[in-house]
Design a protein around this ligand. Structure first.
Ligand SMILES: [Zn+2]
Length: 238
């Protein structure tokens, strides 16, 4: 690893921990104690630990435990010149699935790409590659959700052998391959939603050597989740 790269990753880890602690109230004493504006000492948080941080935020959301926002101006200033989001979320454009809200994360914490059906095309992949390579992000989550209109529409089209109109057909082309077998087997919409998340994770690894290599080296983790609309919980997908 080049020295600069190492520095950037350390810096990213520092900002991730400190900013999360400040904004979301997630306690991480080692990171929060680092002096603002300096590169941190100590080991980088692992992707596994960052996933724990993200899921702890989701537990807070489920529990209606929201942080005090009185220090948001401090955080805003701290982030004015740079960003180091600790996680990237590829989520659906659905109005009910707002990553920063459901994971109780604030300014600068999450690099979010949202598109109907949370399916990765070239623009989505380019965005995720940017945050992993240039902002030091170490966790990438594909986030599907219960009752997803995009997956439901594609499920019906595949089942009926029809084609969605332009430009919805673009979404169909991206989602259909991953849920075909579920539709053929008469699986549920939730089965298709989970299959769509798994297919997107696979596509990220297959279509992006950058992300695949970063994961192989242990620098990042690609994971998946399904958001449950009524409870607010995110269920992790293997
Ligand atoms: Zn959706």
């Amino acid at each position: 690893m080049h020295k600069n790269e190492s520095f950037e990753l350390n810096r990213a880890a520092f900002l991730a921990g400190t900013v999360a602690a400040m904004g979301a109230g997630l306690t991480d004493r080692a990171l929060a104690a680092s002096p603002a504006g300096n590169a941190p000492a100590g080991p980088l948080p692992s992707p596994e630990r960052l996933l724990g941080q993200l899921m702890a935020g989701n537990k807070r959301f489920v529990d209606n435990d929201f942080p005090d926002q009185s220090r948001v101006a401090v955080k805003r200033e701290l982030l004015a010149d740079s960003q180091a989001p600790f996680a990237a979320i590829l989520g659906c454009a659905d109005s009910r699935v707002i990553p920063n809200l459901i994971f109780v994360q604030g300014l600068g914490d999450l690099f979010v790409v949202r598109v109907a059906g949370n399916c990765p095309d070239d623009l989505v992949i380019a965005s995720l590659e940017y945050t992993v390579e240039h902002l030091g992000t170490r966790l990438v989550m594909v986030l599907g959700h219960q009752n997803c209109g995009a997956v439901k529409a594609v499920y019906s089209a595949v089942k009926d052998g029809t084609k969605l109109p332009p430009h919805l057909s673009t979404i169909q082309n991206l989602i259909a391959p991953g849920i075909n077998s579920v539709v053929k087997a008469g699986g549920s919409i939730m089965d298709a939603i989970e299959a769509n998340v798994r297919a997107a994770m696979k596509d990220l690894r297959t279509d992006s050597p950058t992300l695949a290599n970063a994961e192989k080296s242990g620098r990042i983790m690609i994971t998946g989740g399904v958001y449950l609309l009524a409870s607010g919980a995110v269920k992790l997908i293997e």
